[in-house]
Design a protein around this ligand. Structure first.
Ligand SMILES: *Cc1c(COP(=O)(O)O)cnc(C)c1O
Length: 381
């Protein structure tokens, strides 16, 4: 019996997804799952171990402290920090033994100094902004210049040139193809000087949609967690959702017409009915935008979130004849019997993406690693 709510992390599904994605790659292409933002809200520590076990060649993070945390459970796996590092974070990244991303001459100089001071050699992935318009050097000549700097310094190792796609999840592939071709073209020039330099570009969407985006390594994030980068059904790509989110019924009450549930009285019973209160709310990451719009599963059936989502509770209209009892398990993401609520479905009324749904589950909700999915329809807790 758990307190209030828990997120179950199906490590068998995670390993399945890693192997499924790996099976789509040529043998020489590295698989580098992205475990940033606490593994997209899934809990970095248990995910890192499972991903490494299932055959990831390298793992990526956005920050140095994410890499340091993961290093405590995965002593050997190569790592890459893809995000911007403040000068004060460089030492942390180096101490974790992670490769780092670079696109600024000043940054590379600081990196080289700090690597020299530590007596270590740091792998550098020079980022080329081929159209994302965010991090990376836009000028290909500057990318080559930075590659030369990294190659020449005894404490730096030029590892790769890389880019990131802006539109890989869209139907129209024109811009993705343009970005891909820009990297390929620069890569060809770079390899005349640095025959060993690697190229990488693909996120989940590009990896699934276009093998020509694979280059020497792919960096899938969302797909690893069994979510669909295109926002549809992950089963379309033989991916299994890793996270499920659960709570339980704390109260069931009879309502008469005109009786309301929750703050602001945004929902009022229009018939005799029963209303359940469930101890999970926006303080746990169930977004307030789901008020009168979201659904939950109880006893293998769907019920509407009725009334305003509060910080610690939601209320659900069970209908007049419901057999739901105090203690019954509630599933907010995941399946019960034949019914299923995916993160993709939760995202729709919120006008957001599945990524934000799982990243938004707050630290108040414990992440519990387990083998296999949530139990079938369960009765009492
Ligand atoms: C987050 C991220 C990824 C993974 O993207 P998905 O869409 O989740 O597959 C890949 N590369 C970089 C640089 C990222 O920041």
């Amino acid at each position: 019996m758990y307190e209030r709510a828990e997120a179950r992390i199906d490590l068998a599904a995670l390993r399945h997804n890693v192997r499924e994605l790996k099976s789509r790659l040529d043998q020489r292409v590295e698989l580098c799952p992205v475990l940033k933002a606490d593994a997209y809200g899934h809990g970095s520590l248990h995910c890192v171990g499972a991903v490494a076990e299932a055959g990831a060649d390298r793992i990526a993070f956005a920050t140095a402290s994410e890499a340091v945390l993961a290093r405590s459970v995965a002593p050997d796996i190569p790592m890459l920090v893809v995000g911007a590092l403040a000068p004060g974070e460089i030492e942390m990244a180096i101490s974790a033994g992670a490769d780092v991303a670079a696109w600024e001459p000043g940054f590379i100089a600081t990196l080289a100094d700090q690597a020299a001071a530590s007596g270590l050699v740091v792998g550098v992935h020079v980022k080329y902004d081929t159209g994302m318009g965010r991090l990376g050097a836009t000028d290909p000549e500057l990318v080559l210049e930075l590659a030369r700097t990294a190659d020449a310094h005894p404490n730096l190792r030029l590892a790769a040139l890389w880019t990131h796609f802006a539109t890989a999840d869209e139907k129209d592939t024109t811009f993705r193809d343009l970005q891909r071709d820009r990297l390929a073209e620069l890569g060809e020039r770079a390899r005349r000087e640095f025959p060993e330099v690697k190229l990488h570009a693909a996120n989940s969407a590009a990896m699934i949609a276009d093998p020509a985006c694979h280059f020497d390594m792919v960096r899938p994030g969302v797909a690893i967690y069994g979510m669909d980068p295109f926002g549809n059904d992950p089963a379309d790509h033989n991916l299994r959702p890793v996270l499920s989110l659960h709570s339980w019924v704390a109260s069931v009450k009879d309502f008469e017409p005109g009786q309301s549930a929750g703050y602001g009285r945004t929902w009022t019973a229009d018939r005799d009915t029963r209303v359940a209160a469930i101890p999970i709310g926006y303080g746990d990451g169930v977004r307030r935008g789901l008020s009168n719009r979201g659904e939950v599963l109880i006893g293998g059936r769907r019920y509407p979130i009725s009334g305003t989502v509060s910080m610690d509770n939601i209320t659900v209209d069970l209908g007049p004849d419901s057999a739901v009892r105090v203690g019954d398990e509630v599933t907010l993401i995941g399946s019960q019997g034949d019914e299923r609520i995916t993160a993709e479905q939760v995202a729709v009324p919120l006008e957001t993406i599945n990524y934000e749904v799982t990243c938004g589950i707050s630290p108040r909700v414990p992440r519990v690693g387990r083998e296999g999915g949530s139990p079938e329809v369960s009765g009492s807790r």
